[in-house]
Design a protein around this ligand. Structure first.
Ligand SMILES: [Zn+2]
Length: 348
């Protein structure tokens, strides 16, 4: 770990501890917070490099976090947060909305009972091709292939050159996964699909068995979606196949966005919300914004990890959300849910 990251880590930790006091919440300027999870797993056991980035946090930790959020925020629907941004209202107890991305089945099996227990609303952004089991999410396929492969090493072509990746133990698998994941985020959607096929062949792993072997990778069914819809959970669109939208021509972006919105409307009656896959500024372009406007989506959510600011009212199609993956480390959770992370960023 280099020196700036050590300083950053300890600063985040100190601010995190500090942030659990009401003083840090006073720093939060009364504007709403929208948090984003991917999944909630049952217990803490993991096999090998499964879920090594804690995309799915343990259920006991999720429950603690819901209790903490309820204590310090008024936890409301995403619609109430959206209305409050346009109103530019100042509120004494800040609003917080909870969202989940992608549509993992454990949102129903593990998160939903906790949300019901505390009467907390949430919005789930669905990747509709994932829900219909037409596609697998590539990050999960990569993790699964490297984790379950019996090979010690694989050879993969990167930028036309053959490169060796060691995967003989969990540490090596995590290291190789990180390098490949970062590389695959930067290439075109078609190149990524090709590379994923190459990785599956090289690891001698079939993705057909991944949901049975690792249930946290599995998608929701429409039946589960409809059941939750009747109990305080709303649904938004997150495209059909989870591509990086800015890398696509407008007509393909239209298909990804409009088809996912229509499918959700067909199944649950409406779809007013949208979240961008990956969610950074370079992941969208003007075409993306135009398509959303043409399809009556007034608010769209990024993964820029900030509290909402009054200036966000000027650009409702790129609103910030704080990702709480890996937030089982409580200092990180406190830092992220207060403004501490932003202060850390400003300091370093
Ligand atoms: Zn996503």
């Amino acid at each position: 770990m280099n020196i700036p990251s050590i300083i950053k880590k300890s600063t985040t930790s100190i601010l995190g501890s500090f942030a659990c006091t009401s003083i840090s919440l006073a720093l939060s300027n009364g504007m709403p917070l929208v948090v984003m999870y991917h999944g909630v797993k049952c217990g803490t056991k993991q096999k090998g490099s499964e879920n090594y980035r804690w995309k799915h946090i343990p259920d006991s930790v999720f429950e603690e976090q819901i209790i903490w959020l309820k204590k310090h925020f008024e936890v409301v629907s995403l619609e109430e947060v959206e209305n409050s941004i346009s109103d530019k209202r100042d509120i004494k107890k800040p609003l917080c909305a909870i969202t989940f991305d992608d549509g993992f089945r454990n949102n129903y099996t593990n998160a939903f009972p906790i949300l019901k227990k505390y009467s907390v609303p949430a919005t789930i952004f669905l990747t509709t091709g994932f829900i219909e089991r037409n596609i697998h999410l590539w990050t999960d396929v990569l993790e699964y292939a490297l984790n379950t492969s019996l090979h010690n090493e694989i050879i993969i072509s990167i930028d036309g050159k053959e490169k060796s990746f060691h995967i003989s133990n969990t540490t090596e698998k995590i290291h190789s996964d990180s390098i490949l994941r970062n590389y695959m985020k930067k290439i075109s959607n078609d190149s990524r699909e090709e590379l994923l096929k190459e990785i599956l062949t090289a690891t001698s792993v079939s993705k057909d068995t991944m949901y049975e072997e690792f249930s946290d990778y599995a998608p929701l069914s429409w039946e589960e979606v409809i059941e939750m819809k009747n109990e305080n959970i709303t649904f938004g669109a997150h495209t059909v196949t989870h591509p990086i939208l800015s890398s696509l021509p407008k007509d393909i972006q239209e298909d990804e966005i409009i088809s996912s919105i229509k499918r959700i409307c067909d199944k649950v009656g409406d779809c007013k919300y949208f979240a961008y896959p990956n969610g950074q500024l370079h992941d969208i372009n003007n075409d993306t914004r135009e398509i959303l406007k043409e399809n009556n989506i007034k608010y769209a959510w990024s993964t820029i990890p900030e509290r909402i600011k009054k200036t966000n009212a000027d650009d409702l199609l790129f609103l910030p959300r704080v990702t709480l993956d890996a937030s089982q480390f409580n200092n990180r959770f406190y830092a992220l849910t207060s403004n501490a992370l932003q202060y850390t960023k400003n300091i370093l």
